[in-house]
Design a protein. Structure first.
Length: 500
């Protein structure tokens, strides 16, 4: 097996290799034109120079281009730049494909950074290794390869009929986007677009009268990290709602696989009635299942984390830093979205909104109340949440087992993650100015903050809050804020509301 090389290592190797061979020429006539859907068979005479330059003309209606490198007997990499040739890949390359595999694919779209632009792209295929290339264990003087380019153009995938939902999906083959049109009649109060039945982060953009060829051309956008995205425009919007045809783009900003979704178009401000139904929470099968159901995902405009439900009417304990607003203080009422993991195999479903009842930055605790449904509709009468009991963290001993449940960013390959369950032990304690914190080797990472740290009876003994990595990066110790540090007044509220 060939050793893995990071993109940074590969770039360094390319630069070092280029320095060891004759400096590349400035003459743009050396570039070989690359035609769409017409593969080019070429080669690198590596003793003369370690690159081969191509140009590709990108039309105005292109949304995605793919450059495919094939048939190379050794590892070659791709670097690209819009508007001119490259002399220094580290400084000038805008896009690169250097995975360490022999054959790479470079993909540039309107959602990448920098985004795809019409015009001329310069594409270099590079042998970035300071060693004589070998194929079939024999040295070679010339490195052959095949290079091809394809694109996905702007298109319309269908028309949305107000009041009727449409099932669809974004796919790699479709460029990770879908485009629809919707007709708005004169006098319409509003145009509302809702996404539902989606397990990844999809975004919405709208433009009046013309398709969206560049993300910056959109008249209106909904670009949050939520999956159940909503976009409403009316006469007070800027620009205001106008009669005629509107183009609606649904796209996957992370461009990660196939994402099914349902889209609703409504000529009004209110969501479709079928979206307002809040499903009952299933009965837990055992204590572990109860712990998973009671651990919720919290999403704020500037981030989020995890939390633990402590009462049947919806009090949630989390960290202060999870609900902290970017401008200071805490997020506004109704801006905190709460997701529930009905099926642990899937990301949490955004079902509720809440408000911060109390928060203590020094203790890094916050108490949240679930107050309404995701679409700000009232909770059903008598609606009950699964919840956990407090444990006794003061009784913990070093070596006792601990379980951590939450929604870490590293807990999935997609843009939204499923609930994650990790185990460890009480590794020790740390006496701080706020009290005795619990150390653990259970895996804690970004997104776990505010979640559940449980004892062997699945009782809540603390809130995972932070990690201290080893200087060499080979390990870390997690820190848990024990629940005996929760303010007494908060605990009184929690106990009182358990009786409701």
């Amino acid at each position: 097996m060939r050793p893995f090389r990071s993109p940074e290592t590969l770039v360094a190797l390319v630069l070092a290799a280029a320095a060891a061979f004759p400096a590349r020429a400035q003459d743009e006539d050396e570039a070989t034109p690359l035609r769409l859907d017409k593969p080019v068979r070429a080669s690198i005479r590596w003793r003369e120079r370690v690159w081969r330059t191509f140009t590709l003309e990108v039309p105005k209606d292109a949304i995605v281009i793919e450059v495919l490198l094939e048939d190379a007997p050794v590892d070659l990499d791709i670097f690209a730049r819009h508007g001119g040739p490259m002399q220094d890949y580290q400084k000038e390359a805008q896009h690169q494909a250097n995975s360490g595999r022999y054959n790479d694919v470079l993909r540039v779209s309107r959602s990448t950074q920098p985004p795809l632009k019409p015009g001329t792209y310069y594409i270099d295929v590079v042998y970035g290794v300071q060693a004589e290339p070998r194929a079939a264990k024999r040295p070679i003087e010339e490195i052959p390869f095949t290079l091809s380019a394809s694109l996905i153009r702007a298109r319309v995938d269908g028309a949305l009929e107000p009041g009727t939902k449409l099932e669809s999906k974004t796919t790699p083959e479709g460029g990770f986007f879908r485009t629809y049109t919707v007709e708005v009649a004169a006098g319409a109060a509003a145009l509302r677009i809702d996404l539902d039945e989606v397990s990844s982060d999809l975004d919405i953009q709208l433009r009046h009268g013309r398709p969206i060829l560049d993300r910056s051309e959109a008249d209106h956008s909904a670009l949050s990290s939520l999956s159940r995205e909503t976009l409403v425009i009316d006469g007070d919007s800027e620009p205001p709602l106008a009669p005629g045809v509107w183009y609606v783009d649904v796209f996957d900003p992370s461009e990660n696989g196939v994402v099914p979704f349902t889209i609703h178009a409504t000529l009004g401000r209110e969501p479709p009635p079928e979206l307002l139904a809040i499903p009952a929470i299933r009965e837990p099968r055992d204590e572990m299942d109860l712990a998973i159901l009671a651990t919720v995902e919290l999403t704020c405009p500037n981030g989020g984390g995890s939390g633990t439900v402590l009462t049947a009417d919806g009090l949630v304990l989390t960290n202060h830093h999870v609900v902290e607003a970017s401008e200071g203080g805490v997020v506004a009422d109704g801006e905190l979205v709460i997701g529930l993991s009905q099926d642990p195999r899937l990301p949490a479903v955004e079902l509720f909104r809440g408000r911060v009842l109390a928060s203590d930055a020094r203790l890094d605790f916050a108490l949240v109340e679930i107050t309404q449904g995701y679409y700000r509709q009232p909770l059903p009468a008598g609606y009950r949440f699964p919840y956990l009991e407090f444990g006794e963290p003061e009784e913990l001993r070093i070596g006792e087992p601990l379980t951590v449940i939450g929604f870490p960013v590293a807990g999935g390959t997609g843009s939204r993650v499923s609930v994650t369950f990790t185990r460890g032990v009480v590794s020790g304690f740390d006496l701080t100015d706020i009290g005795l914190l619990v150390k653990t080797d259970a895996d804690i990472s970004s997104g776990n903050s505010g979640g559940a740290a449980l004892d062997d009876r699945f009782r809540l003994i603390g809130v995972p809050s932070s990690v201290v990595p080893e200087p060499d990066g080979n390990g870390q110790i997690g820190y848990i804020q024990p629940v005996n540090l929760v303010p007494a007044e908060w605990r009184r509220q929690i106990e009182e509301r358990k009786g409701r």
